[in-house]
Design a protein around this ligand. Sequence first.
Ligand code: GDP
Ligand code: MG
Length: 877
Amino acid sequence: MDKTVHIALIGNPNCGKTTLFNELTGSNGYVGNWPGVTVEKLEAPLRRDPSVVLTDLPGVYSLSPYSPEEVVSRDYLLGGEPACVVDVVDATNLERNLYLATQVRECGVPCVVALNMCDLVEKQGDSIDVDALSERLGCPVVGISALRRTNLDALVEAAVEAGRQGTASPAPAFLTGEVADAVDECSSIVAPHVADKARLPWYAVKAFEGDGAALEPLGLPAASVAALDAVRSGVEARLDDDAESLVTCERYDWIEATVADCVVKAPPRLTASERIDRVVTNRWLGLPIFVAVMVLVYYLAVSTVGTWGTDWANDGVFGDGWFLSPASAAAYDEASEEYADNDYSGQVDAYLAAAEEAGVSTEGVADAVEEGDTAVVEDFASRAQAAGVVATDVPVHDADGNFLDSEGNVVLTDASDEPRLAAGQTLAYHDDVDAAAFLAASEAAEPVPGEYGIYVPGIPVVVEGWLDQAGASDVVKSLVLDGIVGGVGSILGFVPQMVVLFLLLCFLEDCGYMSRVAFVMDRAFRRFGLSGKSFIPLLISSGCGVPGIMATKTIENERDRRMTVMLTTMIPCGAKTPIIALLMGVLIGGTEGWWIAPFFYFLGLAAVIVSAIMLKKTKPFAGEPAPFVMELPAYHLPALKSYLLHVWERVSAFIKKAGTIIFVACVGVWFLSNFGFAGWEGGDGAFGFLPSMGAVPENYMDFSLLAAVGGAIAWIFAPLGFGSWQAAACSLSALIAKENLVSTFGVLFGLGEVGEGSTLLWATFQQMFTVAGTFSLGAMIAFVAFNMLDAPCFAAIGTIRRQMNDTKWFWAAVGYQCGFGWVVGLIINQLWELFALGRFGVWTVVAFVALAAILFQLFRPMPKARTGHAETAREAA
Ligand code: GDP
Ligand code: MG
């Protein structure tokens, strides 16, 4: 026989269930979803007694059948699995919490009421007569504090005892007068069909309310249904209200009387929390305060502390290496800067070339310069001087080998690498070099990091060393270094920034501030059909969409949650900033303004709001946003352990994605861009690893599988103005990770790993949108818009899948994102072509039709919505 005792925890949101659950089980619970819905299911054995299994049910205000949480909870209670239910009640808000208790008591499941947050009650100076309450409810009531861990043993004992005993004590009479009589009448009608008599009070009330879903398992014959309808409509007509509201009123009457008898309230005073709330949720100050707080958060996470960490991770751990001490790093930086400024290499080359021309032997001199062998160098210098060598006419190059003009700008080159000067532009030349400069050059060796302090080599350097030692082939080296370490590393490099961001955001959440923000934002968002709770995911998504999507869990209403999952990644995340920077570079020459990131943030917000308005008018999302009911817990310092756990949960989810989805994707892209058929001149046409094939040209990627795939889908983007395989391949790789776009672009155009701030990159980027000799601004903006709005990266797409927990909804979300991005791109490009270039075609018409459809959907009145939740509305009031 299975001796496991199942105990269910039920209660209002924020009543402390999860805190209690973690305390009792040691929080090593199994987290899953309830079958069929994206509602979290938590289950774990008791720390004290593993034969008792605790289930943390989702937070609900009642057992009505309106939300998936409510359905899940009541099905589970009535399903017979839990031997006992512990109703966790927030003792500081008995009036509202007891409502659920009255319903739970009717279910016929043995029940213990856990009166939680007794510490707060005490602090407020109130007192609750636990025995009197227990007598009223007809079940054990135990006063506890989950946070302070008081009285938890007594609670467990009472629950296990009630569970082992197995029979529920009869429910007290919550209803009175005519309603009670009518429910009694219903009770006798359904009684023959209810096997477990303990459940009768529950079914009787449901029968009176006409809750079809609840009655379904009884299989009532038509005659009984008709009899019930007669009872109900009789009472409804006489009392002039619907049955459900009548029952609700009766329950609240009972609760009012009970609270009046069992609770002694201290005279009210304004708590510190209430005083703070007067300011932060103020109608006028609320929003500005919030904006200031967020600017500070992003300043710390993105502009200062977080960036130091991310630079360290990207350039150090996943780059060449890093110094243990910042002082050595600074000394090394100074030395390398000086070395780079002097650009000795050009002078050395120029001098050697001049000497050779004058017939002086230069054999071994270059090596001697590098090795600092002054004897050889000096000997050469005196020979050269004797021959009267002075080198001039040496063009200046930058670190990437580009020519520079006299202003220090990059000069474009033609196909044979000769500089191509624009009118009025002159090349920059080195000053004359002579023996003295040459000697200086020979003494200035490139600084070696090891000489400046303890230097830890970066992972790629270490791995490359191992591979060389193991004699790995070029293919393996390329796969490991470019594919895996490079790709996954670039994602993991974001971790320090994420840690700082989540440390700050989780603190704001745990101390209670974010609940206030949701409340403040609700006032604004309600107009667009979104609830205030949708705001937090949007906010988090500006860091990264993955935790943003996960944050939708706090949205109880399923329609709102789905819509938020769908739209939240339209907010530009950290990985999209390189794309923004690239566009700004081309448009305004790279003057990096502090307003750029917020500007795109608001553009993304506009896309979200436009989409929300349009979607709200479609059937699956129709209806008022659920009334915003949210407990505003008192401000408090979060408990360190649960706070750090909370941060770790977010960060680890991000790391896990990098280790799984991104890992696979990186290997995939590496394979596609390096393998193909060697179809170039001199190639043998065979399939293989392109870089090591015979006579490999620089543009070997044109022959890669990626080029083939990009070419095959390029037609999709032709109406948007960017139908080249490179643009398509960039968009594809952006689907894997948005920050891939710029690096893929760099690789495809043979620019190597150039930063988004390089003028050469901007010039090349413009060339990608040049059709028949004219650059199309519209196509470029369409390209950026599409890549900002379409489906996010693999990691976020995977998270959408997990959150939706439904294939159809998942594809609907990805489809909408890509479709919306495509349409916006189409409209931008076609309008530009029409008004700036005077081109008109079929796609122009399509663009206008799409624009008209969007405007129509935006401005048509809201279709008549089905009316929603009588009950939740009441609670909101
Ligand atoms: P759930 O939504 O029911 O799972 O509630 P949580 O367990 O997430 O708790 C909501 C908030 O109430 C958290 O900030 C807890 O720290 C706090 N909390 C839970 N139990 C107690 C308690 O006994 N006393 C106090 N003062 N706070 C508590
Ligand atoms: Mg919880």
